[in-house]
Design a protein around this ligand. Sequence first.
Ligand code: GBH
Length: 498
Amino acid sequence: MVEGLEKKRKIEEEWSSIYASKQSLTRADFPPDFTFGVATAAFQVEGACDEDGRGPSIWDAFSHAPGNICDGSNADVAVDQYHRYKEDIELIAKLGFGAYRFSISWSRIFPDGLGTKVNIEGIRHYNNVINELLDKDIQPYVTLYHWDLPLNLLESMGGWVNEHILKYFAIYAETCFSSFGDRVKNWITINEPLQTAVNGYYTGVYAPGRREHSSNEPYLVAHHQLLAHAEAVSIYNKKYKDKQGGQIGLVVDCEWSEAMSDRLEDRNATTRRLDFQLGWFLDPIYFGDYPETMHEKLGDRLPKFSERHKELLKNSVDFIGLNHYTTRFVCHATDNREDNDFYRVQEVERIAEWEGGETIGEKAASPWLYMVPWGVWKVLNYISMRYNNPPVYITENGMDDEEDDTSPFHQMLDDKLRVSYYKGYLAAVHQAIKDGANVRGYFAWSLLDNFEWHLGYTKRFGLIYVDYKNGLTRHLKSSAYWFLRFFKAEGGKNLKLD
Ligand code: GBH
């Protein structure tokens, strides 16, 4: 038997007997105050790139530079949510979701990022969005930073590698709290700082596409994002929280890592892997420093926290937002086959496919995405165990289909694989709650097909299909109807289908 396969089959067997008992799961099986929402991010959906005083972001520059986006596209128009937000909110309401996670485009609020002059048009736009949501009884969950740094902050000072960015982020965050916090009760400072560090400054597949100083910049960029998060939270807690009565957290992304064998070195490698994803950001918040494993492997490359920073970071979240999509088996490896030094330094190898073709789960369209529902069950239990059961929202979960203009329309809308993904993953979340994990909410990624970063419009993550060839019209997929029924069983709201 090839290494790992026996273990995988054992886990699958255990999982399938749990799953068998959850076939008819509905919203009513989750706690009454559990939040169900859908998510997007400004750059991926808004478009209107130079309207109403918006300044350029690093993703505008990056996507316009030849070779960075695989289909040569950009997000100048994206799916035009800037103009169609009412229609989109209407759809969210119609499907029965009670929350919408979206992000604010920093350069709509401060076009050059510097925080000297607020762009009133930007404030007006998000006021409209927030008011429209509340009107429809949908709670806004607002991300302040989902990767679209004002371009000027990169060009004038190097963006996240420069400590001065903390000041500008603090001004921006406070402007949002004071402008919107009377109505927004759920704040997220930063989305997936790991990705900005690793893909922005290591592999270079995300903006700003840097690779040149990959032995230290990713760690600096992560460090400054953590501190910017903590400064923003401290402002919120001191000046706004009591008055406004909201909560604030950080969104991290984490695959589940399952040890390839019970050998100690594989188990240690798996811990290391989780430390380099999750512990990197959560250990400083809960324990006051980076994980020991990172210190061991990185030595001086890892920036240090001052005592003041440690204090600031400690317990700087009311909840953890978890973006989770997929899972890998992990083993110890010093002669790493991955062509990425980020994994070489960790001395881990990640496995999703075995010789002979067996995979860890069914494949989605993105090459990294395999459907492994039991992974979310395990990662939720891991977080609960390691960090003393903090409140967790799953802030993203979903899978993608390949854009295929040869498939008949009705086939693209009948996204059976996505339905089975959500059925499986929600059952696994349900099981984690049953085990005692403090899960408070769940957001599907994404409300609608959108600009999938370096993969352009070639991947479709939406519950709602966007017809790029016909005026960006929206069409519900089977998965959207599936959610509608999932809510309806409880006698949910806004159920009229037409
Ligand atoms: C999320 O990240 C993002 O928050 C969201 O904006 C995005 O649309 C969604 O994923 C779907 O991708 O191409 O091999 O370099 C999830 C974590 C990390 C998954 C980076 C994709 C790129 C791998 N992502 N990863 S690769």
